[in-house]
Design a protein around this ligand. Structure first.
Ligand SMILES: [Fe+2]
Length: 282
């Protein structure tokens, strides 16, 4: 298999429809300030899967409501538009990726689960440091490694070579990717996020989650995504790829005013949350 440039890879991704119509509609609606709960509800109700997930998520322990949430409009009010967007993205990306059952499906499943845990971790960090948009942190945590999934999907053979090298030695993940492909999973992920018309700072968080010092737009969001990624690895939930070479950025730690005590509080909060199965919304 020959090498492929980043732009060639991205143009190939056009060939498969990533999102069904309902998803694009919901994504457009949540961006539009004129949208009301009823508009979102109507769109969600068109999809049986989304309807179930929204209700399940609203009734999960994370949101800690004592009464039962029975309607999509109640659930939407409780969760907020950003969380709806995260859920829709999460479940659609998950669906696209599980569509093709290659031999690596299990690993991909692990990556997907790890992304969801990272999303939860990012949201816990965001709340801890009083970052104003915890749901945006959730989405960033969820999508930060989307590039890996795309690489696995489109360049399976080369991607497996990369994984083998990573398991062998202690070279940094990004370095091996760049040597083998000429680009890394962060760049692929950022291009995809641009294609999906995600907000610029989310694109940035994906682009620099391994190099938070390069961030220019939303330094805190990038720092949160970076720390969440490292914490998930520390918790032993990582699939073992970039594990060895992971370093927390000092400036990210400083920017968020984090220390070891706060990190261990965050880890135990996350551990509580993920013991609740309903958090796996995809
Ligand atoms: Fe990554």
């Amino acid at each position: 298999m020959g090498t492929i440039s980043l732009s060639e890879l991205i143009s190939r991704i056009d060939e498969i429809p990533i999102f069904p119509q309902t998803v694009s509609n919901i994504l457009k609606l949540v961006e539009d300030p004129r949208t009301n709960i009823r508009d979102i509800e109507n769109e969600i109700l068109k999809d049986q899967g989304f309807t179930t997930k929204v209700l399940k998520l609203a009734n999960s322990a994370y949101f800690g409501v004592s009464r039962q949430i029975k309607t999509v409009s109640q659930a939407t009010t409780l969760l907020g538009f950003q969380a709806i967007r995260s859920m829709v993205l999460a479940s659609s990306v998950g669906k696209v990726l599980s569509a093709e059952l290659l031999g690596y499906a299990l690993e991909r499943e692990a990556l997907w689960k790890q992304s969801q845990i990272c999303a939860i971790t990012a949201r816990v960090i965001a709340k801890k440091v009083k970052f104003p948009q915890p749901d945006q942190a959730y989405t960033a945590g969820l999508l930060k490694d989307i590039g890996k999934i795309i690489l696995d999907h489109y360049l399976n053979e080369q991607f497996q070579k990369i994984m083998d090298q990573i398991n062998e030695g202690n070279k940094a993940f990004l370095e091996i990717e760049e040597e083998t492909l000429g680009f890394n999973h962060c760049q692929v992920g950022a291009k995809i996020a641009e294609k999906w018309k995600l907000p610029e700072d989310l694109v940035e968080a994906i682009a620099y989650h391994h190099q938070p010092d390069k961030a220019l737009l939303n330094l805190k969001l990038v720092a949160i995504t970076h720390i969440a990624d490292g914490l998930v690895m520390m918790m032993g939930l990582h699939i073992g790829s970039d594990g060895l070479a992971y370093n927390f950025s000092d400036s990210a730690m400083e920017l968020l005013n984090l220390d070891e005590t706060i990190l261990s509080e965050i880890i135990s909060e996350v551990a509580d949350l993920i013991s609740d199965d309903t958090m796996y919304i995809a």
